[in-house]
Design a binder for this molecule. Structure first.
Ligand code: AHZ
Length: 307
C-alpha cells in the first residue's frame, strides 16, 4: 500500500525559509555526482497537490488585491519592483497574458541583443546590479535578457508579489458611485488560452480581482496591446484613442514618463500603452522611459492609496 501523503500546511512565508543558510560547497556537489545520484522518493499526487494548493490559495487570497499590474513588460516590471520594495505591506498582483513575462524587453531593436538605456534611467540599473557600458548620455546592457531576467527575479522574490502568467485581463471592473462617477475597481481575468478561444467555444465566463488601484502596462497596439486604453473607449470613459505617433526619441521618452498618471479614477496607464491613450510619439529601441514611467506609476499608486 502506498504510504499516506503528508502535505505540510505551508504558507508563502515558507518560501523564504527555503533559502540556504550556508552556500552548498563544491565538495558536496561533487560527492553527489561521483556516486549513484538518488532523489528523495515522491508520490505523483504530492506534486499535483503541491502546485494546486499554492496556486489556488494565491488566487483565493488575491481575489482582493491592493494593486493589480496588468502586463509584465519593462514598464510593468519596473513598476512592480519600485512598488513592492517601497511598500512591502501591499498585496501586488501581476497578470501577464503571455506564458513568458518580459514583453518586448528580451531583445534590443530589430531582434539585436544589446539594450540602450538613456540617462538618468541608468540609476535603476545600478539599483538592480545590472552591468553596462557607459556611452556618455546613455548606457548599453550587453543583452536585454540580462536586464529583464534580473528585474524579473528581483520582482518575484518580493514576498508581497504574486504573478500569474498565461492569464489575460479580459475586461475592467467599473463601478459607479451615487453621483454616477465611474471608477475602475479591478479586473476581469481568464486563462489566455480561454480568452483566445471565445470565438470557438460557447460562453466561458471569467473571474475577477478587485483592487483600489489598477496599473495597466499592456504596451502599444498589437494582438492584446493597449488593452485598458481601448476598453476605456468602448466603455464610454474615453472619447477616442490618441493613437501612438511616429518615432521621435527626444520627444517620446519624457512625454511617457511625465505623462504617467491616473487617467480615470482607479486606473493608471504606464509604458507604451500611454502613447496610445495620449497620442504621443514612440521611442523605438530605447528603454529608459519604460523604467521611469513604471517607477512614476508606482508613486501614483501610493498617492491614490494614501488619499
Ligand atoms: O503580453 C503583454 C506584454 O508582456 C502583456 N499584455 C498585453 N495585454 C494584456 C492583457 N492581459 C495581461 N490583456 C497583457 N497582459 O503586457 C506586456 C506589455 O509589455 P511591452 O513590452 O509590450 O510594453 P511596455 O510598455 O512595457 O514596453 C514597450 C517597449 C517599447 S515599444 C517601443 C516602440 O515601438 O517605440 N519602444 C519601447 C521601449
Amino acid at each position: 500500500m502506498a504510504p499516506a501523503l503528508t502535505l505540510p500546511d505551508e504558507t508563502h512565508d515558507s518560501y523564504t525559509k527555503a533559502i540556504p543558510q550556508k552556500p552548498v560547497s563544491q565538495a558536496d556537489v561533487q560527492e553527489d555526482y561521483h556516486g549513484e545520484y538518488r532523489f528523495a522518493p515522491i508520490e505523483e499526487a504530492q506534486v499535483s497537490r503541491a502546485m494546486i494548493k499554492r496556486y489556488f490559495n494565491q488566487m483565493y487570497d488575491r481575489a482582493i488585491s491592493d494593486v493589480v499590474i496588468v502586463g509584465a513588460g519593462s514598464a510593468g516590471l519596473s513598476c512592480a519592483y519600485s512598488l513592492a520594495t517601497r511598500r512591502p505591506d501591499l498585496k501586488i498582483t501581476i497578470l501577464e497574458a503571455n506564458v513568458a513575462p518580459g514583453g518586448g524587453a528580451w531583445l534590443g531593436g530589430q531582434l539585436m541583443t544589446p539594450m540602450v538605456i538613456r540617462k538618468p534611467a541608468d540609476n535603476f540599473l545600478r539599483e538592480l546590479g545590472v552591468p553596462y557600458e557607459d556611452e556618455g548620455n546613455f548606457v548599453v546592457v550587453k543583452h536585454a535578457a540580462l536586464f529583464t531576467s534580473t528585474l524579473l527575479s528581483k520582482v518575484l522574490s518580493q514576498p508581497n508579489v504574486v504573478m500569474m502568467n498565461a492569464t489575460a485581463v479580459e475586461d475592467l471592473i467599473i463601478h459607479a458611485d451615487y453621483a454616477g462617477n465611474q471608477r475602475v475597481a479591478g479586473v476581469v481575468t481568464n486563462w489566455t488560452l480561454v480568452s483566445l478561444n471565445h470565438d470557438t467555444q460557447s460562453c466561458m465566463d471569467p473571474n475577477t480581482i478587485t483592487a483600489p488601484v489598477v496599473i495597466s502596462a499592456t504596451g502599444h497596439d498589437g494582438p492584446m496591446g493597449a488593452f485598458s486604453a481601448k476598453r476605456l473607449v468602448s466603455a464610454g470613459l474615453l472619447k477616442e484613442l490618441g493613437n501612438m505617433r511616429g518615432l521621435d526619441m527626444n520627444r517620446a521618452e519624457p512625454a511617457i514618463v511625465n505623462g504617467t498618471r491616473e487617467v480615470v479614477p482607479g486606473l493608471i496607464l504606464t509604458g507604451m500603452e500611454l502613447s496610445e491613450h495620449d497620442g504621443s510619439n514612440r521611442m523605438g529601441p530605447t528603454f529608459g522611459a519604460m523604467i521611469g514611467s513604471g517607477i512614476k506609476a508606482s508613486w501614483e499608486a501610493t498617492r491614490i492609496l494614501e488619499n
